[in-house]
Structures are given as C-alpha cells and as structure tokens.
Design a protein around this ligand. Structure first.
Ligand code: ADP
Ligand code: ZN
Length: 423
C-alpha cells in the first residue's frame, strides 16, 4: 500500500513534468482532455495515451527531452535490433537513480564488494556496459571492464584475475563457455561463482545449461534504453520471475491487439510508465515484450511486484500454422535433445501462402560426422519433439559446428527470408 501511495505521488509529478515541458506529451494529454490534476488514482493511468517506439524515432534525437541539454550529462542509444536507434538522455539525478536500480539488481544476485567483477557487456552507446559498470562501482566490487569480444582474452583474464562474477548477454556467456572448453579451460574449477545475464530473451533451459557449463548461479537483468537500460527488472535467489523496481517504473500488461489493460496474472504486452525520470520520462511505453505480472510473497522477502521471465518480443513472434511461436520456446525444446548443441537460428520462408519455419541447429560433433543418415535421423527426432510439444510442423536442418555465428552481444535468432510484402 505504501508503494502504491508513493507511485501515485510520482505519477502525478511525472505527468505535470512532461505536460509543462514536452510539447509531444502536452498535445497527447490535451487530446484526451487530461490535465496534470486529473490524475487522482493509479487507475487514472488508463486515461493516458500509449507511447511507442515510433514516437521516439519521430522525435529523434532530443524531441522528447524534458530538460535543456545543459542538464543532460549522458546520452545512450539503443542497439537498434529492430531499426533506427533511439536515444536515452539522463540528468545527473537520472544517472544516480539508474545506478541504484542496477546495484539492487546485482545485490539481489548475491554480488558483493569482495567480488572480482568481469563486465563483458559491450561498453559504449549500448546501456549494458555502463549500466553494469555503475551498479558494480556502487557496490564497490573489484571491477574489470573487459567489454565484449576478444573471447580468448576474456578467458585468460578470468583465470589470471580470479574473476568471481561475470556480466554479459546469455548468448555471449555461452560463447565464452564453449571457447573455454575448446581451450581446455574448465571454468567450473575457476573461482567464478555467479553471473548476471540479460539484454535478450533466453529460456530457463538456457539458464540451466549456462549454470551447468560454468558451474555458477546465473541471474538475470531486464531493461530497455527507453527507461534507463538494465535495472528495470531483476531476479533474486528464488530464480522464479523478476522483481520490478516499481518505485521507478509502473508496470501494466495490455492486450496488444485491443490495448485493453489485462488483470494481474494474464499474459500480454508489458507497458511501463517511468515515475522518477527527468530528462526523458516515458508515459505508458509499449515495450513489445510479452510476459505476465504477479503480486506474491517472494521467498527472498522482497515485496516488489514480479513478472515472469520474458517469453519474447512480439517483433520476434512467428505465426506458424496459426500458432504463435516465440524463439525461446523452440530453444527450450532444442536443449532437451542431447544430440544437438544449443546453437540455433530460425529461418522463416514462404511456402505457397503459408509461412514455413526451418530450424537450423548444430549437431554435436560426433553426430554431424556420423554422416547424412544420422543427421536425418536426429533432424526427425527434433521435428518430432517440436511437433509433439507445440503442435507445429517445422523443417529441421542439422548443421555443422560453427555454422551459426557466435554471439558477442545480442544473438540473432530469427532470419526472415520472406518477400518484403509478407513480413
Ligand atoms: P533494442 O530494442 O535495440 O534491442 P535495447 O538494448 O534497449 O534495444 O533492448 C531492450 C530490449 O531487450 C527489451 O525490450 C527486451 O526485448 C530485451 N531484453 C532486455 N533484457 C531482457 C531479458 N532479461 N530477457 C528478455 N529480453 C530482454
Ligand atoms: Zn524475490
């Protein structure tokens, strides 16, 4: 109840802040007949319009800024996974809040001042590198800012410095694990004990795979440039869903087709309103990320609302034989087949009027080398497993080792080969 009282006060302040300072928001609020003092309860948020990525693109780079640039001390930009980048400006207070959010995230994962922290998120415009950097500095870890890439050197430094904690995308963690195995370095015998991974969807099966291969606990960070970067949501010792820093971000779930707000517990698109940002506040930003919210007593003792692990982003959702398919569902199933590596991509093609999905997955070395018959047998096993669990028919190609590009940041899972007009 106290959190909600706090949220209402901050929501009112945020609406007033943007109404006075950002023409884009003022116009949207006027269209809806909403004045800052019309917000009387948290439910009144439903009276505000949504903000979408295109609004940010149309106002690129600083059109949605609520403060003069002299008060902006940092600008990040999104990685542009789905098109033209968008900007994220911060005031000094915004940076401070973001740092707090990241420190909470890391602390919940068990990161402590005596950790030797290898930060292998890309450092630069991407919010991952510097976001983790700030949070780790606030905790007071021994920080090693390796940034991403140069995988062999990552492993050498991990060994030489005795890193106890690793930070990067889950797909890069897997790349590091694989390279270490090739170099005959057993990460499980090194001091490394924990990782905080995020910035892209990954299945629970992938988390278990990384934990097993590195001999660590793998925790999670969720966030987006539009809100600050990582530090919006984070998991805890329970490893069952992510807490949302809800004193900073008010979460809603909507039906992405009807825009109707869904009750707690229903799956849909995550929408966020920032409650304390000054440089670029967000009113009802549609993330395109699909999940569910739950308010429950968590084993860790935190009371912040929780969301399920992100199923995927709606941009990556495929519709195969009328069934909605997220790459992470296929990923979970592939990880259950011992004959293949967790390295895959999904290729979408047009077959007549229908979308046809081809799953390309690397066979284990001995499987691939056993010849075409064995490969066909394993391909049939994989497609049978997918059919049995998801009810969809897919083509499966068992490809050779390293056919799939190794990720150093966000992995590319979906390749769309359909003619433009069908995408
Ligand atoms: P881009 O849209 O260019 O990738 P960002 O770097 O801001 O830009 O990425 C934010 C997006 O990354 C989120 O909206 C979400 O789709 C994805 N993401 C971030 N963290 C996670 C996570 N822990 N699990 C799943 N998806 C995540
Ligand atoms: Zn918890």
């Amino acid at each position: 109840a106290e959190i909600q009282k706090f949220q209402l006060r901050k929501l009112k302040e945020t609406v007033a802040w943007v109404y006075e300072r950002v023409p884009f928001y003022r116009q949207k609020l006027d269209e809806k007949g909403v004045k800052p003092n019309s917000i009387k309860s948290l439910e009144d948020i439903a009276r505000l319009s949504f903000t979408v990525k295109n609004d940010l693109r149309d106002n690129y780079p600083f059109g949605l800024c609520a403060v003069p640039l002299t008060e902006v001390v940092r600008v990040h930009a999104s990685s542009g996974t789905t098109g033209k980048p968008i900007t994220g400006p911060y005031t000094a207070d915004d940076l401070n809040d973001w740092t707090d959010c990241m420190a909470r995230n890391l602390w919940a994962a068990g990161v402590r001042p005596d950790d030797i922290a290898q930060n292998a998120y890309g450092h630069g415009l991407f919010t991952g590198g510097l976001g983790f950097h700030q949070g780790l500095s606030r905790i007071g870890c021994t920080l090693v800012p390796t940034s991403s890439g140069l995988t062999e050197r990552q492993i050498t430094l991990m060994k030489d410095f005795g890193a106890t904690a690793l930070f990067c995308t889950p797909s890069y963690a897997l790349t590091i694990a694989e390279r270490a195995e090739e170099l005959k370095v057993d990460i499980r015998t090194l001091p490394l004990r924990v990782g905080v991974f995020g910035a892209e969807p990954w299945s629970t099966a992938m988390r278990l795979e990384i934990e097993e291969r590195m001999g660590i606990k793998a925790h999670e960070a969720y966030g987006l440039t539009e809100l600050c970067g990582p530090g919006v949501g984070f998991d805890c010792v329970a490893q069952d869903g992510l807490h949302i820093n809800e004193d900073h971000f008010l979460a809603e779930i909507i039906d992405p087709q009807t825009y109707e707000v869904l009750p707690l517990g229903e799956k849909g698109e995550l929408v966020f309103t920032s409650l304390q940002r000054r440089a670029m506040p967000m009113l009802r930003y549609r993330t395109k990320d699909i999940t569910r919210l739950r308010r429950e007593k968590c084993a860790c003792g935190r009371t912040f609302i929780k969301m399920d692990k992100i199923f995927g982003r709606s941009d990556d959702m495929l519709i195969i034989s009328g069934v909605n398919v997220f790459p992470s569902q296929i990923e979970s199933l592939l990880l259950e087949i011992p004959e293949v590596e967790p390295q895959y991509r999904l290729v979408v093609r047009k077959k007549g009027y229908l979308d046809q999905l081809t799953v390309q997955v690397e066979g284990k070395k001995e499987i691939y080398e056993a010849g075409p018959e064995k490969r066909l047998e394993v391909a049939a096993k994989v497609s049978g497993h997918i059919k049995g669990n998801m009810g969809i028919g897919v083509d499966v190609e068992i490809v050779e080792a390293k056919f799939i590009n190794r990720s150093e940041g966000k992995a590319l899972r979906v390749v769309d080969e359909r003619p433009k007009q069908f995408r």
